[in-house]
Design a protein around this ligand. Sequence first.
Ligand code: DGL
Length: 274
Amino acid sequence: MSCYPIGVFDSGYGGLTILKEFVRTLPDYDFLYLGDNARTPYGTRSFDTVYRYTLQCVQWLFSKGCPLVVLACNTASAKALRTIQQHDLPRLNPENRVLGVIRPTAEVMGKFTGTGEVGILATGGTVQSGSYPIEIKKFFPEIEVYQEACPMWVPLIENDEYQHQGADYFVKKNVENLLGKGSHIDTILLACTHYPLLEKKIRAFLPDGIALLSQGDIVALSLKDYLERHPEMDNRCSKLGTQQFYTTDCTEDFDRHAAVFFGKPVASGYVSID
Ligand code: DGL
């Protein structure tokens, strides 16, 4: 049987914070990353648009042979995953699988909170979808989930402003808004794959004793567990320890930014998708 890389998709660079953890946790596997930089951000777009764009990118990853695709983007996981799994996968390729980042994160949230109040920082699209409160309540009905949309954070990160003082205003505002919603929040999830780059700044505005969670390692452990439980899929995944990168926009820009998210130099190829 021919083996192919695991596809990893994001609207742009954010998924690289997830891919970084995939490589750390599953170093033998091959990964093929696609960033839809030409059409980012997804966080402000409608359900229909996010679904259409995501489906096109998943189909491209399938056309490259990927048997398994991870939507390493909360917005795409919130707005497109279920329709792709239920409607498109059976007709496109019933043997393939598409996974997201919301469910594996929701599954473990109960491990982190003592007070039973958790906060979610995410794009407007993810907040509006209600996916986190819905999924967390499925596993932990007793947990109260408070959400805050941070529409300025992705643009700040993508425009290299995230380490500068201008970013403080927006980070402080959204963190304070969230904490104002639930007085016993003890765990905050960065529910956008871009946000780990702002972690230091976010921490500066958090009172002691509040845990700040990034999803990368949570999703990586969940993927490892999935592959262990599904040997039929694991056997279709190639294992030479390589990573390939593609973007739908300028490769030079991608490589420059991607290195910051991925933590290592990146050399991407261009692909046109529409
Ligand atoms: N990184 C994406 C997420 O996790 C959002 C970025 C965007 O708005 O495109 O939600």
